[in-house]
Design a protein. Structure first.
Length: 202
């Protein structure tokens, strides 16, 4: 998928198709930052919990700096996993689905959940919901990623589609997809074309 106009590629389990969107960024503002609606993170250091990690994000500038999550808790390590600090916890039925570390500023984190996208985009210690979506499907995030080359750019995929920001999370625009019935599971930036992404879909 091209983040402007051009070729968009969807990689499915069985086929590879090429899409040509008319325009990827012509949309109104859907969301705005709001106060975080989740329980405060646990304090203190400790080992990673016994449950398996469901999502992992690595700081490209320091491989010892890793973010890992369970279904309801986000943990951070700065020493390659010897110690972990609980950074953020969701409450109720909300679950964490994905996490990303900004390659341009490692204090900026994003955590996709089943109830919107949260992040530390303004202050390292303050989590805010930066994307909420208009429907339950749009709020259910499946994957999130910062752009490896463009500061302030990131994408989030939801059960309703793909959304992109170019201004550090203040505005999220939907990217039109030719097939509205496609469920996007993951997004990967093209290593050779920074304006393109590849989607893993069902």
């Amino acid at each position: 998928m091209h983040l402007g106009t051009g070729i968009m590629t969807e990689q499915t389990r069985a086929t590879r198709r090429t899409w040509h969107p008319a325009c990827a960024l012509a949309a109104a503002i859907l969301t705005a930052p709001c106060a975080v609606e989740a329980a405060p993170p646990d304090a203190g250091n400790g080992g990673f919990p016994g449950g398996r990690a469901l999502a992992v994000g690595v700081d490209p500038s320091d491989p010892r700096h890793v973010i890992a999550t369970t279904t309801d808790q986000l943990y951070e390590t700065s020493d390659g996993g010897q110690t972990w600090t609980a950074r953020y916890r969701v409450s109720g039925d909300t679950q964490i689905t994905s996490v990303a570390v900004d390659p341009h500023d490692a204090t900026r984190l994003l955590a996709g959940t089943t109830n919107g996208l949260y992040g530390t985009l303004e202050e390292p210690s303050r989590w805010e919901r930066v994307f909420r979506g208009r429907t339950d499907a749009a709020r259910h995030c499946t994957h999130v990623a910062f752009h490896p080359r463009w500061p302030g750019a990131a994408v989030v995929t939801t059960m309703e589609g793909l959304f992109v920001t170019r201004d550090g999370g203040r505005r999220w625009d939907p990217v039109p997809l030719p097939d509205p019935n496609v469920s996007i599971l993951q997004v990967v930036f093209d290593a050779f074309d920074p304006a393109s992404v590849h989607l893993v879909a069902t």
